[in-house]
Design a protein around this ligand. Structure first.
Ligand code: HEM
Ligand code: HEM
Length: 230
């Protein structure tokens, strides 16, 4: 089974290494559940739909904060790479070898950023959406005209199609790694642990950063749920 070509790794057995901290894992699976709930509730109950959306806003704000302050593998600097690294990684994507990237690989990093940006556009437009009967909508819908609010509602729906496509691609990529590259990325997103030849020595998550992040995320979500009127 080919592995990273370092002198140590060729002679060392695989060992469990803590990669994803609890906050990354929890926020990922909460986002998955809330996007599914938002999809269902959009046509059922707009109050629940908005609450679910505010929770997604909080999780997105937290994830951005965590990208600067979280555990090693969560940091943007640890997985955002330049075009040269991306190109050389692209050449290895078709190979049937086990992927040994400790955190997000350079291609996966793009999908992470794309997913976060599209989610931000989804919730951002949601704030201004006006319902067909003009009586309901996002918490900032009274700041725009009925026509603009309806146009934003159309965009909100279109963005959801884009989100669906990206999520489908995301899941196909994860399954491709599982089946073709025999690399299970899903279990580490649940347990936080990957089997690696060498320990990259990721910095652990810090409690103060988590607490401050939750505070900021909660405050932003709350302020937006009030339409920035206090
Ligand atoms: C609404 C659906 C989903 C969204 C919006 C989503 C979004 C994301 C995001 C933003 C990340 C980056 C995590 C971070 O660094 O914080 C990620 C990673 C990941 N997701 Fe999802 N995800 C979705 C569904 C799924 C599903 C259904 C699976 C399981 C099959 C899955 C498996 C994974 C895995 C394994 C990773 C880590 C990939 C790696 O090792 O680089 N995701 N996802
Ligand atoms: C994960 C986040 C979100 C997802 C996936 C999502 C998805 C959707 C979808 C698919 C629809 C179209 C329903 C239909 O007419 O068939 C919709 C409608 C709507 N969304 Fe969201 N949404 C999200 C967040 C938000 C947020 C944060 C708000 C505002 C706080 C919001 C407010 C609305 C409103 C008011 C409608 C009704 C629009 C209308 O009647 O035409 N959404 N959403």
């Amino acid at each position: 089974m080919p592995m990273a070509e370092t002198p140590e790794s060729t002679s060392q057995a695989l060992r469990p290494v803590r990669v994803w901290d609890g906050a990354v894992r929890l926020s990922h699976w909460l986002i998955v559940a809330l996007v599914a709930f938002s999809w269902w509730s959009a046509g059922e109950n707009l109050t629940w739909h908005r609450w679910s959306g505010y929770a997604v806003i909080g999780l997105l704000v937290f994830r951005v904060w965590w990208g600067f302050t979280g555990g090693g593998a969560a940091r943007f600097t640890s997985f955002l790479r330049g075009p040269a690294t991306l190109l050389s990684y692209l050449r290895t994507v078709g190979r049937r070898d086990v992927s040994t990237t400790p955190g997000h690989n350079p291609l996966g990093a793009i999908s992470v950023v794309a997913l976060l940006l599209v989610l931000a556009a989804q919730v951002g437009t949601g704030l201004f959406v006006v319902d067909v009967d003009a009586f309901d909508g996002g918490p900032m819908s009274d700041r725009v005209s009925f026509e603009t609010g309806r146009a934003i509602a159309e965009i909100h729906e279109t963005i959801f199609r884009v989100l669906q496509a990206l999520v489908a691609l995301h899941v196909v990529a994860v399954v491709y790694y599982l089946v073709w590259k025999r690399t299970d990325l899903i279990t580490p997103m649940i347990t936080g642990v990957k089997k690696l030849a060498t320990d990259p020595g990721f910095a652990p998550a810090r409690l103060w950063a988590f607490v401050v992040g939750v505070g900021i995320a909660g405050a932003v979500a709350w302020a937006l749920s009030k339409g920035l009127r206090f």
